[in-house]
Design a protein around this ligand. Structure first.
Ligand SMILES: Cc1cc2nc3c(=O)[nH]c(=O)nc-3n(C[C@H](O)[C@H](O)[C@H](O)COP(=O)(O)OP(=O)(O)OC[C@H]3O[C@@H](n4cnc5c(N)ncnc54)[C@H](O)[C@@H]3O)c2cc1C
Length: 518
């Protein structure tokens, strides 16, 4: 794969790319086409009739996730309703060595839920029960298909909410959030999914049901829970998740500040946090992103701004009042020419509307775009944003920036027109170069969207062979047969049971059928 990143939406023709070649699983249905049929026969006897899909037209519904330019039609789709059914499906896959991919709502932006043509897609959308809510412990136990926002809906009447809030929270699932360690605007203060998950019930790639963590805050032994969160479906399928509930704040105040440049807005961000103020969110949008949002939703952002900051404060009323003074002072000290505060819920939601619709809004000013996802230390924001602007100027490829400034989580939107020869390739080059900038600044190739299939080729830019081999050994401990979402995260197949080291081409032991590929 040569570096197509993030989702590409098109208002015109659909952009499709050939996915990187799917890694064969030794002894898998690649070489035994009847294996999927055997799995289908087993699961048909366990699941309701409409929970097993083999019809090609219906299978196509599941051919991609939010990264729509990679498409693969799965051999079989199953929709279990219980953990027992899900374990039976995975157990059947394990017996037949058929690869499987878990899917929640399919909103992922790195192709993590891209199916296998020779495998089973295990969809959790019928597992949407909030199984337990323990108000006094501030915990809830939910099935993996429960929608992120639903947890807050259930908790709100009792004065609680679920803090991680990806912009897709109205549709993405808790299981997908756990697999991606998803973030969101309010993760600056409250942390990512990993900080809000206390336990996971997992079906291992062998089909066994295990519990890791639980209602108690700490468990002895190795931190397997931390390993599972963010593992992108490669260590098994979550069938229940214990999440932390957070008390709803007494007051929320949303501030909008207009700056001449991203440099000024970045400096204000560093000053606010450097002064010991920790807002619930600090989001930044540059001029191009503002232009797109205005065209789409008329959010009335400060006219002529080169950048805006959207700062949300929450907590006890007296603390919020004090922090509000500090935020306005630091914004003005760093060149804000306009500072507004939302006076009611309607104004607050209009301020957020511009930010939350920015990705889609960019479709109004460009026929195609790539949503990039990288993270950098917050203090590097001005220099990295300048470097992105330089890249844009020299290549002629426009880049709009809309991102979580408080935690350095970047989402550059690389604009292009697929119908113009060479523009798509040029956009991909710029997109890849932005990831290099992130790495050079001490950041990472993904902030919150995962590696999936899309960025697996970039892993060697961050990690050496020893690093990758060590990660593979962890994976192999859970999944020696390489059937749980194979082909994701890692750039090249490696061999299980070997000492880590460099491997080139097909391994002779693999060819001879005496070692498993992982
Ligand atoms: C408009 C838009 C805005 C977005 N905004 C954000 C944002 O602000 N922050 C952010 O972090 N992300 C964001 N995302 C990305 C996406 O919503 C998240 O990655 C989300 O967590 C995916 O959840 P899902 O249920 O759709 O998972 P899917 O796309 O179905 O799957 C994602 C990954 O999780 C695995 N998986 C799914 N369910 C399970 C399970 N039960 N057990 C084990 N593995 C499983 C899959 O195999 C795959 O690797 C956005 C996406 C869109 C389209």
């Amino acid at each position: 794969m040569s570096g197509t990143h993030g989702t590409t939406t098109t208002s015109g023709s659909r952009v499709e790319r050939t996915p990187p070649e799917q890694t064969a699983v030794t002894g898998s249905s690649d070489s035994r086409p009847w294996a999927v049929a055997a799995v289908a026969a087993t699961v048909r006897s366990l699941l309701p009739h409409d929970g097993v899909i083999t019809d090609h037209a219906r299978l196509r519904t599941y051919e991609c996730d939010g990264l729509a330019h990679y498409r693969v039609v799965p051999a079989l789709v199953v929709l279990p309703e219980t953990a027992e059914q899900l374990a039976a499906v995975v157990g059947a896959c394990a017996r037949e060595r058929v690869p499987f991919v878990a899917r929640g709502s399919g909103t992922g932006l790195s192709g993590g839920a891209l199916p296998r043509a020779d495998g089973v897609l295990v969809v959790t959308s019928r597992m949407r029960t909030v199984q337990q809510v323990r108000w006094r412990d501030q915990r809830a136990v939910v099935q993996p298909g429960v929608i992120n926002l639903e947890v807050t809906r259930v908790a709100a009447p009792h004065g609680y909410y679920y803090a991680p809030d990806p912009s897709s929270q109205q549709i993405c699932s808790i299981g997908g959030n756990v697999a991606e360690n998803s973030g969101g605007a309010h993760c600056l203060k409250y942390g990512f999914t990993t900080n809000h998950v206390l336990g996971v019930e997992l079906v291992t790639p062998g089909g066994e049901r295990v519990e890791v963590g639980g209602l108690a805050p700490d468990a002895p032994g190795y931190d397997l829970l931390g390993t599972i969160v963010g593992s992108e479906g490669t260590l098994g399928v979550a069938t229940a998740v214990t999440v932390r509930l957070v008390r709803a704040p007494e007051e929320v105040r949303t501030v909008l500040a207009g700056f001449a440049s991203t440099d000024d807005a970045g400096a204000a961000t560093s000053a606010i946090i450097g002064a010991g103020v920790l807002p619930a969110a600090i989001e930044m949008m540059d001029a191009l992103a503002i232009e797109a949002a205005e065209a789409a939703v008329h959010c009335d952002y400060p006219a002529g701004a080169g950048a805006i900051l959207l700062v949300e404060l929450d907590g006890p009323a007296s603390e919020v009042a004090h922090e509000f003074e500090a935020v306005t002072q630091h914004c003005r000290a760093h060149g804000a020419f306009e500072v507004r505060v939302a006076t009611d819920a309607v104004e607050r939601s209009l301020i957020w509307k511009g930010r939350k619709s920015a990705f889609a809004a960019v479709g109004r000013i460009s026929p195609d775009y790539i949503v990039q996802d990288g993270v950098i230390p917050r203090t590097s924001l001005p220099e990295v944003l300048r470097a992105i602007a330089d890249l844009s100027a020299t290549s002629g490829v426009r880049v709009a920036n809309v991102f979580h400034a408080g935690d350095g989580n970047l989402h550059p939107l690389v604009l292009f027109d697929e119908s113009l020869p060479g523009q798509g390739e040029e956009a991909e080059k710029v997109s890849g170069a932005i990831l290099d900038l992130c790495i050079a600044a001490g950041g990472s190739i993904t902030g919150e969207h995962g590696v999936g299939i899309d960025k697996s080729a970039y892993m060697p830019r961050m990690f050496n062979d020893d690093d990758l081999d060590t990660m593979q050994m962890v994976r192999c401990a859970f999944d020696p047969d390489n059937i749980s979402n194979p082909g994701k995260i890692f750039p090249t197949p490696r061999l299980c049971g070997e000492v880590p080291g460099k491997h080139k081409g097909a391994h002779p032991l693999s060819d001879a059928g005496v070692a498993e590929v992982f």
